[in-house]
Design a protein around this ligand. Structure first.
Ligand SMILES: Nc1ncnc2c1ncn2[C@@H]1O[C@H](COP(=O)(O)OP(=O)(O)OP(=O)(O)O)[C@@H](O)[C@H]1O
Length: 271
């Protein structure tokens, strides 16, 4: 039976596969009568780069928003790093997670959005240092060192003292990537991070992400319409349709030998 997120219940399956970083179990997400995710089961193994593809409205972004706890599921459970995100265990029962518990589990998750969401009144360096100092309790010196290293990583070591408005969209998105990484999350969620950019700025952002994917062990869960990027960085591609994974596999398999008719239709429309 599915877990209802509003009431207490027996813990369904406490055994956790150590290699699993994200796990959705029978997750239902509805908006009114619109069932966006319908008892969705899926998992992401630690260190893997997983890309979600599929038609508009199929529920890809909703998965990332659930992980960021920006929305709550109506039913089902979500675990990150072996801990429930949606629930807490109390006396052998699962109860809806309280804010403190959610904050603790969510520290493992970083997200980069379509819109860069930088603090406009803070310089670039401070944008990156802010959360490590206020949320993780790092000293200002430690946070600054981490921020400078990350700015180098995204190719913006010379922009510490700029305000976001002085940067291009692509540069702002690279700062947003550095800011997400500054929290040292176990998983980085990427939600169509190049869709708001002018075409000439897309490649620079994707190059930075390719570099991060190939040189770090961070787990990535990515929603993108950039199929060549998905092909380059993914260990696994999941094809979504109407809130369900209808096909999954390596990029080679999904992009060259898709099995499902809907996958073939989708790819022929976007490739
Ligand atoms: N806040 C909301 N209120 C009502 N309906 C919503 C809300 N957010 C999303 N939806 C609906 O949920 C469904 C799934 O949306 P979602 O953004 O997850 O799809 P998606 O696969 O990411 O689409 P796209 O590729 O266009 O971004 C859509 O039908 C959308 O209209």
């Amino acid at each position: 039976m599915s877990a209802d997120s509003s009431t207490s219940q027996e813990i369904p399956n406490p055994a956790v596969d150590g290699s699993e970083l994200i796990r959705f179990d029978k997750v239902v997400k509805r908006y009114g009568s619109n069932v966006v995710l319908d008892e969705l089961d899926f998992s992401v193994a630690s260190g893997k780069h997983v890309t979600l593809i599929g038609p508009s409205g199929s529920g890809k972004t909703t998965i990332l928003r659930l992980l960021m706890t920006l929305v709550k599921p109506e039913q089902g459970t979500i675990k990150v790093g072996g801990k429930y995100l949606t629930h807490e265990e109390r006396n052998g029962k699962l109860v809806p997670a309280g804010e403190k518990h959610v904050r603790e589990v969510r520290k493992n998750i970083g997200m980069v959005f379509q819109q860069f969401n930088l603090f406009p009144n803070m310089k670039v360096l401070r944008n990156i240092m802010e959360a490590p100092v206020t949320v993780l309790g790092l000293s200002k010196d430690e946070a600054e060192q981490r921020a400078r290293e990350l700015l180098d990583l995204v190719g913006l070591g010379d922009k510490c003292d700029a305000y976001p408005s002085q940067l291009s969209g692509g540069q702002q998105q690279r700062v947003a990537i550095a800011r997400a990484l500054a929290m040292r999350p176990q998983v980085l969620l990427l939600d169509e991070v190049t869709s708001a950019l002018d075409p000439e700025l897309v490649a620079g952002v994707l190059d930075v992400l390719r570099d991060i994917a190939h040189t770090t062990d961070i787990t990535m869960l990515c929603v993108t319409h950039e199929m060549s990027f998905a092909r380059d960085i993914s260990d696994q591609v999941l094809m979504f349709d109407s809130g369900r994974v209808i096909e999954s596999g390596t990029p080679e398999k999904i992009f060259t030998e898709p099995e499902h008719e809907r996958t073939r239709e989708f790819l022929s429309a976007v490739l």
